[in-house]
Design a protein around this ligand. Structure first.
Ligand SMILES: NC(=O)C1=CN([C@@H]2O[C@H](COP(=O)(O)OP(=O)(O)OC[C@H]3O[C@@H](n4cnc5c(N)ncnc54)[C@H](O)[C@@H]3O)[C@@H](O)[C@H]2O)C=CC1
Ligand SMILES: O=C(O)C1=NCCCC1
Length: 251
């Protein structure tokens, strides 16, 4: 994933591959390395691990979307999936909202319970997606499922969904009725139309990129049911890598 940002004065690329079956072997499913170059002359400035940055910047992007699109009084969070992104999303969203309830569903009750114990007394492992999401103001889907796991009939009107998994054109995590029945935001229109099965297969209409909401050219319909379909953008990695280098320089 290559990126040059003149605004941020950064030139970087991330090599990333994912191996869903690694999860059951207890090793990371995403293998990522970032290379940062001097934008003036192309010389290599740094090679860094891309796993942590991928976890954190993806959750940060969802947090920005959620800040604009969720009800500001949101109290109940549901997380579907209990891996790295589940943890980073809980961490990032907790900087914006005081959750009184965090409901977690995963393929195994054991992995949902483990995450619930890490989070503490507000968290609960649920035995179905429906149980996890029915009271939720904010929902995060972070699984490797290839078929929908979150259905419109379980989602409270006005809830906000961060749909982060299903990053291939033939994979889905979200019920097409929910995609079509919500106001749909994406990180990149171009990316969504090429890579997101949730968008392509449901034929849902993309209302806006989150960046258009942030810069005020498109509306944030936070009183309606909203979906943010995230696929990840190279600029998120490049900017994050620059932040790491800045921090290194000043410590
Ligand atoms: N939008 C973006 O920018 C990014 C998206 N992702 C995506 O987010 C999702 C989660 O990533 P990580 O948390 O890093 O992975 P992880 O491997 O740490 O956790 C994956 C979770 O999905 C569950 N899972 C695996 N197969 C499943 C299935 N068939 N049905 C339901 N659940 C299943 C696992 O039990 C686990 O809880 C993946 O789809 C990944 O590709 C990851 C990085 C960036
Ligand atoms: O943006 C990324 O990095 C990824 N997006 C989709 C899944 C693999 C990693």
């Amino acid at each position: 994933m290559p990126c040059f940002s003149a605004h941020e004065h950064v030139l970087a690329t991330k090599l990333v591959a994912f191996y869903p079956t690694n999860y059951d072997k207890g090793i990371p499913t995403h293998m990522a390395t970032l290379m940062v170059f001097d934008p003036e002359n192309g010389s290599l400035k740094a090679i860094m691990d891309g796993e942590v940055i991928t976890n954190l910047r993806t959750a940060a992007a969802s947090a920005v979307a959620t800040k604009y699109l969720a009800n500001p009084k949101s109290q109940v969070l549901a997380i579907i999936g209990a891996g790295h992104q589940a943890r980073s999303h809980h961490q990032a969203l907790s900087t914006l909202f005081n959750f009184t309830e965090v409901n977690i569903y995963s393929r195994t009750l054991e992995s949902a319970e483990k995450l619930s114990q890490e989070i503490g007394s507000t968290a609960k492992a649920c035995s179905s997606v429906e149980e996890a999401v029915k009271r939720a103001d904010i929902i995060v889907t972070v699984t490797f499922s290839k078929v929908p796991v979150l259905f419109a009939k379980w989602v409270k009107p006005g809830a906000h969904v961060n749909a982060v998994g299903a990053c291939r054109p033939d994979w889905q995590e979200i019920d097409p009725d929910l995609m079509r029945g919500s106001v749909l935001y994406v990180d990149s229109r171009e990316g969504a139309m090429k890579e997101s099965g949730d968008v392509i297969l449901s034929k849902a209409e993309v209302y806006a990129e989150v960046g258009e909401v942030v810069n005020g050219t498109k509306q944030a319909f936070c009183e309606k049911t909203t979906v943010f379909k995230s696929l990840g953008m190279a600029v998120e990695d490049a900017v994050s890598a620059n932040l790491v280098l800045d921090k290194l320089r000043t410590t």
